[in-house]
Design a protein around this ligand. Structure first.
Ligand SMILES: Nc1ncnc2c1ncn2[C@@H]1O[C@H](COP(=O)(O)OP(=O)(O)O)[C@@H](O)[C@H]1O
Ligand SMILES: [Mg+2]
Length: 227
């Protein structure tokens, strides 16, 4: 048996309510979850079940209404907007559902942004960004503005950017939605390889075919995890 892997991120008793008073809506109703290094975890559930809310809280992009969030043993749920960016930068690579690329920058420049923020500049940053883009099948597209790329290409640039600074936690919200089946599978393999290299990876997906690649599957319905 292999040694128990390390918990990279955990949620305890996490509740998320949107809005107040009679318009309040409870999107998460008490979530306990550990995301472990060395594992590709899939988060699956119907539309509106709370997947984006959950992964955004894990990614420190959204504060829980109740409960605690720990990233590598550090409580982060009440750090506030001044201290959170540093936590995110050091620990988290996030692939957004809508990519959130910088449209007027090239593919390579988008991937370099997190490297610059982490103090990697010049040739080292360029080489690292090129290597990642090529490993994700984007050779020849490195110098195109991302606004001129197809949806699937943008999605792969977003994955490259999330991996660039080698974060210990990689989170992706439906990263294969704009990809054809084969490319989607390849991207998921790239994320699994990253997980098996020691990173904690959690991916939101609807695609049951990708279950075959997962080390662990977590299901959510109406804001609660189900067995
Ligand atoms: N900013 C918001 N304000 C109010 N309700 C929201 C907001 N974001 C999400 N919701 C609601 O919370 C529920 C869960 O949303 P979400 O986490 O995006 O689900 P999923 O990603 O599984 O489709 C949905 O009913 C959604 O309408
Ligand atoms: Mg969603």
């Amino acid at each position: 048996m292999s040694a128990p892997s390390q918990v990279t991120a955990s949620l305890r008793g996490v509740v998320k309510r949107y809005g107040r008073g009679h318009t309040a809506f409870t999107a998460l109703r008490g979530i306990d979850l550990d995301v472990r290094a060395g594992e590709l975890t899939l988060l699956m559930g119907p539309s509106g079940s709370g997947k984006t809310t959950l992964i955004s809280i894990l990614g420190c992009l959204l504060e829980p209404t109740e409960g605690s969030v720990e990233i590598r043993g550090q409580r982060v749920d009440s750090l506030g907007e001044r201290r959170l960016p540093a936590v995110r930068l050091r620990n988290i690579g996030f692939v957004f559902q809508g990519f959130n690329l910088l449209r007027s920058l090239t593919a390579i420049e988008n991937v370099e942004v997190p490297l610059f923020l982490c103090g990697v500049h010049g040739r080292r940053a360029r080489a690292r960004a090129l290597e990642l883009l090529e490993s994700l099948g984007l050779e020849g597209k490195e110098r195109q503005l991302t606004e001129d790329l197809s949806g699937g290409e943008k999605q792969r640039v977003a994955i490259a950017r999330a991996l660039a600074a080698d974060p210990p936690l990689v989170l992706a919200d439906e990263p294969t939605a704009a990809l054809d089946t084969r490319t989607g599978w390849q991207m998921m393999e790239a994320l699994r390889d990253r997980a098996h290299g020691g990173v904690a990876v959690m991916v939101v997906t609807h695609d049951v075919r990708l279950e075959a690649l997962a080390d662990r599957i977590v299901r959510i319905e109406d804001g609660r995890l189900v067995a």
